[in-house]
Design a protein around this ligand. Structure first.
Ligand SMILES: Cc1cc2nc3c(=O)[nH]c(=O)nc-3n(C[C@H](O)[C@H](O)[C@H](O)COP(=O)(O)OP(=O)(O)OC[C@H]3O[C@@H](n4cnc5c(N)ncnc54)[C@H](O)[C@@H]3O)c2cc1C
Length: 250
């Protein structure tokens, strides 16, 4: 609703990462009927009267997520991005970038290096885990998939590569890879993977419930958090539908 020179916004948005650090938040708000022409993108001052940011404590017991509640929040019409009713088009362009980013190349590379370190330093049945042919074959498989994903991402960044829904392809592959790598890290740690739960407590210097190798804290909590990677940025089931439409013409 527009009142004077302001939009007046009411609503609620769950799962907003890092909203508690934000000075400005952009919202996709309903300003008309339908999806194509009914949504507008507005920038709102995070300190506006009527705007409340409530923490959501995640499975790691950490605070990165929030629920944002808007109760008659006002923002000037001048804070609208682009044309009224065209917000979905702008949001789709942003989402395509977010999904391409979701290939998580740096994160996946770091997690693979950590996995190698854990496997090299963990002794199982009298020898380093990395020398177990079955375990090292699993690492090799993940590394090959990572390389393929890295090249797909470079292709998307090049002038000629990519195309509609290419971000969805990267998102599905990257999010599933990060889940599989972190899960294998937990398996490699064995018992230590289970009890060294909180990275935050470790960083804060709080006593851990049991001793373990210095690389163990945080592995379990990261694996738990990344269960959400197939949800955030758009659920993978929906990405698969987009891929099927775009590439398989289903
Ligand atoms: C950790 C985390 C961080 C997030 N950070 C942010 C953030 O910073 N900013 C932000 O705006 N949002 C954020 N989100 C929200 C996130 O983008 C949404 O949760 C996600 O896009 C899924 O949308 P949804 O929750 O509405 O679920 P839905 O899309 O409604 O999906 C619910 C279930 O139904 C299934 N489903 C729905 N439609 C179909 C279909 N057509 N075909 C098959 N299956 C279907 C889905 O696969 C899923 O299992 C975050 C979410 C999480 C979990």
């Amino acid at each position: 609703m527009i009142d004077g020179g302001d939009y007046v916004i009411n609503g609620r948005k769950i799962w907003t990462s890092a909203a508690h650090y934000a000075d400005l938040i952009f919202f996709l708000v309903r300003t008309g009927e339908g999806t194509r022409n009914g949504l507008s993108m507005l920038i709102v001052d995070a300190k506006s009267p009527g705007l409340a940011i409530r923490p959501i404590i995640d499975i790691r017991k950490e605070h990165s997520l929030n629920e944002v509640i808007l109760d008659d929040v006002r923002t000037p019409v001048a804070n609208r991005i682009g044309e009224e009713g065209k917000g979905w088009g702008y949001a789709k362009a942003l989402l395509e970038n977010e999904r391409a980013f979701a290939a998580e190349i740096p994160r996946n590379r770091n997690h693979l290096a950590t996995l190698r370190r854990i496997a090299a330093e963990t002794i199982r049945a009298g020898r380093p885990l990395i020398e177990d042919p079955l375990f090292s074959a699993q690492i090799a498989e993940l590394e090959v998939e990572f390389l393929a994903l890295e090249f797909m991402t470079l292709r998307a960044m090049s002038q000629t590569g990519g195309g509609p829904s290419f971000g969805s392809l990267l998102k599905v592959r990257g999010s599933e890879l990060v889940q599989r790598i972190t899960q294998l890290q937990v398996e490699a740690l064995g018992d230590c993977g289970a009890y060294l739960y909180s990275a935050e407590a470790h960083i804060a210097g709080e006593p851990q419930p049991a001793p373990g190798p210095d690389f163990a804290p945080g592995i379990w909590s990261e694996a738990m958090y990344r269960r959400a990677s197939s949800i955030y940025g758009g659920a993978n089931e929906i990405q698969r539908t987009l891929i099927a439409k775009q590439y398989l013409e289903l």
